[in-house]
Design a protein around this ligand. Structure first.
Ligand code: ATP
Ligand code: MG
Length: 393
């Protein structure tokens, strides 16, 4: 059997009134976007509070389902059989066809669940449930009805056409990208930040990203790895504007002027400052990092306080309470893990002290940053001026 129509379900909580249209229109937009990369012609439309994808040509089922499973906002995808004729006999015939295809074998428990949006249909929902149930018991003598916990819940929706389905496949949930503003992701080559970006995008937020590299201390391959990670994340979020900031001179200057056990913190503070500047220049409403309390010295509560205080914009840290193992699970699921663990150094590992401070004193850090007064402004300006932007898709 070759499905032509897919019913797209989304969570409707909290999207009443005007927000509902925004949500639905953005969902349609994002589905259309993702389907550009799927071979075949598709129509994407909504009618009566339902979103549909309809194939207008040959297509690959697995490829289509994989694409739809990456669109935030979708909770479930149901391949449906459609009857253009609104006729009970036709409905019964298609229901049989559906069940024979999707549930091979004879013995199943089932229940019919009809929804009649078209009140012009001559039978009401209860009558359809009863009559179709009976009809199917005739066609499948080994089936039994179970109204409480059926193996097969056969849904029948009577609208401008009749839709039949039982199996649904999980979408990623969340909100369509574009319903929630934009944020700047600090994207390193590690495991955490791609996951952090994915999680915030899942709430409907569009993602820009910034990567700080330090050539020649960090290689072209490390940079390519970050581009590759952005590419994987963009499979869910749509195109990402990735800013590459050359951080070498700033790092060397900090290395020269500041106590080495404070290098990481001071460096992180400059990353945040630069990221915030980029964020503001690009209409982002916040920053995103992959930080998690206690994961490393620069992520103790004290260190987080020290890096946080240089920003005015909110810093979103979706992984803040996650264990590494939990982060790795998501990373595996979204497909970034294998790339993240490639061994190319990131810029922090070159300049890390043997014993970095774990409880930095903000007052002391600020004081030591004054050692940088002479040149830091100019170095930051140059870094921003030489920003290389890559559109990753
Ligand atoms: P990740 O796995 O995301 O690299 P990490 O465990 O290595 O995280 P840190 O190196 O302390 O942690 O970095 C904390 C956060 O700071 C990262 O999650 C990321 O958001 C940001 N960050 C670190 N290094 C860079 C970099 N070179 N470019 C951009 N952002 C960075
Ligand atoms: Mg890192």
């Amino acid at each position: 059997m070759h499905y032509k129509v897919f019913l797209i379900k989304y969570a409707e909580i909290g999207i009443k009134g005007k927000n509902r249209y925004l949500f639905e229109d953005m969902l349609l937009h994002q589905i259309k976007n993702i389907l550009k990369d799927v071979e075949g012609e598709f129509a994407v439309y909504k009618t009566q509070g339902r979103v549909f994808v309809e194939a207008k040509s040959d297509y690959d089922y697995d490829e289509l389902m994989d694409a739809l499973s990456r669109v935030f906002g979708i909770t479930q995808i149901a391949p449906v059989l459609v009857s253009e004729e609104k006729d009970f006999e036709k409905l019964a015939e298609l229901s049989e066809e559906y069940l024979r295809y999707e549930y091979p074998g004879d013995k199943h428990t089932f229940k019919v669940n009809c929804r009649r949006a078209d009140k012009g249909f001559p039978m009401n929902s209860q009558e359809v449930n009863a009559a179709l149930g009976e009809k199917l018991l005739e066609r499948f003598p080994e089936y039994t009805v179970d109204v409480h916990n059926p193996e097969i819940m056969l849904s029948v929706e009577i609208r401008e056409r009749i839709f039949i389905y039982a199996k649904t496949y999980k979408g990623p949930g969340g909100m369509p990208v574009g319903t929630g503003g934009k944020a700047m992701l600090l994207l390193s080559g590690g495991i955490d930040s791609p996951v952090a970006g994915y999680m915030i995008a899942k709430r409907g937020v569009k993602i820009d990203a910034v990567y700080f590299h330090a050539p020649p201390y960090t290689s072209e391959r490390a940079k390519q790895k970050v581009i590759d990670l952005a590419k994987i994340v963009s499979r869910y979020t749509g195109p990402i504007y990735l800013h590459i900031i050359n951080f070498t001179d700033i790092q060397l200057y900090i290395y020269e002027k500041c106590p080495h056990d404070e290098l990481t913190i001071i460096m992180r503070r400059y990353m945040m400052r630069i990221a915030e500047k980029l964020a503001k220049d690009n209409d982002c409403l916040g920053l995103i990092t992959g930080e998690s309390i206690g994961q490393v010295a620069s992520q103790t509560m004290n260190s987080l306080a020290a890096t946080n205080e240089v920003c005015e914009l909110p810093v979103y840290r979706p992984l803040i309470a996650f264990d590494k193992q939990e982060i790795i699970e998501i990373s595996n699921r979204i497909g970034t893990f294998e790339t993240s663990i490639l061994p190319y150094e990131d810029c922090c590992t070159i300049f890390v002290a043997k014993h970095p401070v774990t409880k930095p004193n903000i007052g002391v850090i600020r004081k030591h940053e004054h050692n940088l007064d002479e040149r830091i402004e100019e170095l930051v300006k140059t870094a921003l001026d030489t920003d290389e932007v890559i559109v990753v898709r």
